[in-house]
Design a protein around this ligand. Sequence first.
Ligand SMILES: Cc1cc2nc3c(=O)[nH]c(=O)nc-3n(C[C@H](O)[C@H](O)[C@H](O)COP(=O)(O)OP(=O)(O)OC[C@H]3O[C@@H](n4cnc5c(N)ncnc54)[C@H](O)[C@@H]3O)c2cc1C
Length: 414
Amino acid sequence: MSKVLVIGAGAAGMMAAVCAAANGHEVHIYEKNEKFGKKIYITGKGRCNVTNSSSVEDLLQNIVRNGKFLYSAFYSFSSDMTIDFFENAGCHLKVERGNRVFPVSDHASDIIFTLASLMKKYHVHEHLNTEVKSLYLDKRSVKGIILDDKKLVKADKVIVATGGLSYPSTGSTGDGYKFAKKAGHDIIDTFPSLVPFNIKEEFVKELQGLGLKNADLRIVSGRNTIYHDFGELMFTHFGVSGPLILSGSSYLGEYLQNNKIKHNGKIRIIIDLKPALTEEQLDVRLLREFDENKNKVIKNILPSLLPRKMHNVFLNYADMLPEKKINEITKEERTRLVFCFKNFILTFDGFRGYNEAVITKGGINIEDVNPSTMESKLCKNLYFAGEVLDVDALTGGYNLQIAWSTGFLAGSSV
Ligand SMILES: Cc1cc2nc3c(=O)[nH]c(=O)nc-3n(C[C@H](O)[C@H](O)[C@H](O)COP(=O)(O)OP(=O)(O)OC[C@H]3O[C@@H](n4cnc5c(N)ncnc54)[C@H](O)[C@@H]3O)c2cc1C
């Protein structure tokens, strides 16, 4: 039996603690907050999208960064096993659209309660309101931790599950990066991810509150298309948000990270406002509208083409006066209108901050972590689990699955 210390009582830390304790170890979990799982409370808008009920291959498809590293973890603890784990502990789950899994009660607190009950059942020693200051290292091995009050706690194994940097009010303030660095690990640059965008054009403020259900969105840098998909987006007072943008942010972050670019004012967001029509079809449609409304002005035919909130902004964007008579619109002007419908271009002006980011991209370099055990390759008896690692996924329950699987693997490997 070993003495195991787990730093952080989020999803990954609690799972690791339960697994290590169920295997007979003496486990102590340290959490700087006054309660466990503060971030879990706000997941899935308070309902907690626990996992995604899909095969390991499907899970891996939704990992944006370092999916291969998670292969062993997902096979050791798949989403089916996550579902069984909670069901067997009395927390009933249901599957919704897109295979997203939630507690039947729709209360994220049930997930925390289940983990807390299991920690009790397996006699995990709980240390709330206790901040870990640093690792206690001896040569290339971890021997314990040092607490906020300078107290040294010796141990055989330490699991770091301190999360990333997003929503710092939940306790995720990047402490694990400092710990890992001190143990010799390299930290891959971090970015807020699954996060809205700031947009340079002032006119987005006028569009605030407008949602587009079936937008076609491309994120481009010069001739490179970084992301292209359909879905829902929303305009806000600072830029754009919504599911399509959050997914796009993950791929854009990846692009910026891989190319070592901060952001250079050259990233464009191109929205196709008429995705169901080709340019030719749209031109025919405009010609028909123009023929039927020869004596009207352009602003009066827009309601059949665009949401009202967009009219002024769009005409400004297309450089056309709202009072322009239809019968005075030239072929060139019509071609420009078609282009503007198909290419409503915004300039990316940076991600919103960690306060609004669902996850953190970047983190502890996975090259130096054993994917079959989550143990450090650089420092003996040191393990990592969860968002602190340089792995991340799209929305849909995949990020929590990363926490459950890596937490399970670390807790079972100690
Ligand atoms: C608003 C929001 C909604 C989300 N919704 C979903 C969703 O529905 N489904 C999904 O799959 N993912 C969702 N996520 C992402 C998911 O919550 C995270 O990926 C996951 O919680 C990460 O778990 P973790 O245990 O690695 O880290 P965290 O949950 O960040 O836990 C780390 C813990 O460590 C503690 N800690 C840190 N430093 C120290 C220290 N020095 N000493 C002691 N304790 C310390 C922190 O207080 C914290 O409790 C959401 C995230 C956010 C922000």
